[in-house]
Design a protein around this ligand. Sequence first.
Ligand SMILES: N[C@@H](CCC[C@H](N)C(=O)O)C(=O)O
Length: 310
Amino acid sequence: MTVRFTKGHGTQNDFVLVADTRGDMDLTAEQVRRLADRRSGIGADGVIRLAPTAAVAQAGEQVADDVLAAAPEAIWFMDYRNGDGSPAEMCGNGVRVFTAFAESLGLADLSDGAELALGTRGGVKRVRREQNGWYAVDMGPWSLTGGDGAAAAGADAMVLTAGWDAPRPALSLDLGNPHTVVALSDVAELDALDLTRAPAVEPVPPHGTNVELVVPLGEEAGPEGRPVGRIRMRVHERGVGETRSCGTGACAAALAVRTWAAHGVDDPHGVPSTWFVEVPGGEVRVRLLHGGHVELAGPAELVFSGEIDL
Ligand SMILES: N[C@@H](CCC[C@H](N)C(=O)O)C(=O)O
């Protein structure tokens, strides 16, 4: 089977994108691994198939039915697979790159402030383009997996990574996909971390987890004098390994740091609702929206296209 692909990335979280506009391409886990292989394939953290939401529903994915019931305009679906072939519910950087890909194919038009609604296994996502060319995604609702009790305690899990003497407390969050966030106190320690192996998480998350290691860098004055937070993050992604960025991970990291910062503060309004997240591959912005939603904004680049024989 010859497959036409485009390579793209969002802050160097890189993807192979395949347009399956008829919805009849059955990409196996083995084929995904071949596409993503950095030595014998194209090389990527993940593979994104763009397919009609109706075709994904017809193939038996109930979530695609739910997407169409909630948003009939979400006619395109992001079928996201990690580099190891496993499907994931959501990919924040992937949604932005998917949108740039859909525009390049003439399947979406975000000019004049129009937005694209697309289906994902994590539900409907809405994307608009900002004046600086960044894409802003309404990522929908998020939650602390351990509930308010975890927020009050500041942790609901323990993480042990290479080089540490003892496990450290962490907060688990659900961004459609699972995340576990650990705070470190300085950038030198973050830079020196060995993430070649997955950190161990206790209790073991039933569906695995992405692990974010984060250092709060302080606050700056933002628009209208509101504080804007800044953090730096490295991530070990479920189904991939260390990546140079993770959009859902950036949201989880910002939301965890915000939860810790708001704890025990008399006026939580003084705690930033907007955060810049520095990752090895660049920078993204995370913002709390009304209604318990979170927004992710950042760049998306398409790099080259070609054909590969699978
Ligand atoms: N890089 C993505 C997340 C991709 C999925 C993740 N590895 C998982 O298995 O949940 C992002 O930008 O959010």
